[in-house]
Design a protein. Structure first.
Length: 265
């Protein structure tokens, strides 16, 4: 076998070749390849990346290597920072980049390093998520942003960079289900909508917490009249049970909405 290569066999008996390299006493798998020559080339590529400091994170991703770009990022980070991370993460002083593709690079706070070292970032339908204990967990949930929230309406990027997910850059406008922030003539208020057969307007409220409770009350009203739908619940952890009950009793919801629900049954 060529240097850095060993042969393996698939379940159906088909042979393939794995490549590995040892760097700073760590044994690093470089992947599987169809031929011995490709596996050996991956080994040579890895050796070059680890020894040639003219190869940097800025010039490597669009070069012609046998190794997958994710492995190139991992090797460079290990070489430059002496920290081996299995996911395509490259460290900077107070943040790190996660390379979803060579062109799609996300920025996170260094406090999130452990999480993204253990959880692989994925994307489907424009949504970023990780698999956590068998569940797909959206990245937005780490910022208190609801699933299927809309950028520009429910949350903003302070520096207008949609790839910058540092906490200081995320502004959560509408943290609650059914609540939409409105700014008119410099005055901020909150509209509440609930989806029955389309969106139905519940009311407009001066306080976001009052609006969140109004949504809960509208959902409860619908359930009480037999609407069989799994409405989400807004949780207001900052309110005690007594304070929540008092606010719930005082908040008003649209009389038109009540009549609409009653007419359904």
């Amino acid at each position: 076998m060529l240097t850095g290569v060993f042969q393996a066999v698939k379940k159906d008996g088909t042979p393939y070749y794995r490549s590995n390299i040892t760097y700073h006493s760590r044994h690093i798998s470089l992947g599987s390849f169809a031929t011995e020559q490709l596996a050996h080339q991956a080994y040579l590529d890895a050796g070059q990346v680890l020894s040639n400091y003219q190869i940097t994170i800025d010039n490597i991703l669009f070069s012609d290597y046998t190794l997958h770009f994710e492995k190139l990022v991992t090797l460079l980070n290990f070489r430059d920072h002496n920290i081996y991370i299995k996911n395509p993460v490259y460290l900077f002083r107070s943040y790190f980049h996660y390379y979803l593709t060579p062109q799609e690079i996300y920025k996170f706070d260094i406090d999130d390093l452990f999480y993204f070292s253990e959880h692989k970032l994925l994307k489907r339908g424009g949504r970023l998520y990780v698999n956590d204990y068998g569940m797909q967990v959206t990245i937005l949930s780490r910022y208190g942003i609801r699933n299927f929230a809309v950028a520009g309406k429910d949350y903003l990027f302070a520096n207008q960079d949609p790839y910058d997910f540092r906490y200081e850059n995320i502004i959560n406008i509408n943290p609650f289900h059914g609540v939409r922030r409105r700014c008119k003539n410099g005055m901020v208020s909150y509209d509440v909508y609930i989806h029955i057969k389309g969106d139905y307007h519940i009311g407009n409220y001066p306080c976001v917490h009052e609006a969140a409770i109004a949504y809960n009350k509208a959902a409860d009203f619908a359930r009480n009249y037999g609407v069989m739908k799994n409405f989400p619940t807004n949780y207001l952890a900052e309110l005690s049970a007594d304070a929540y009950a008092q606010a719930y009793a005082q908040v008003e919801i649209s009389s038109k909405y009540k009549k609409y629900i009653q007419q359904l049954f």
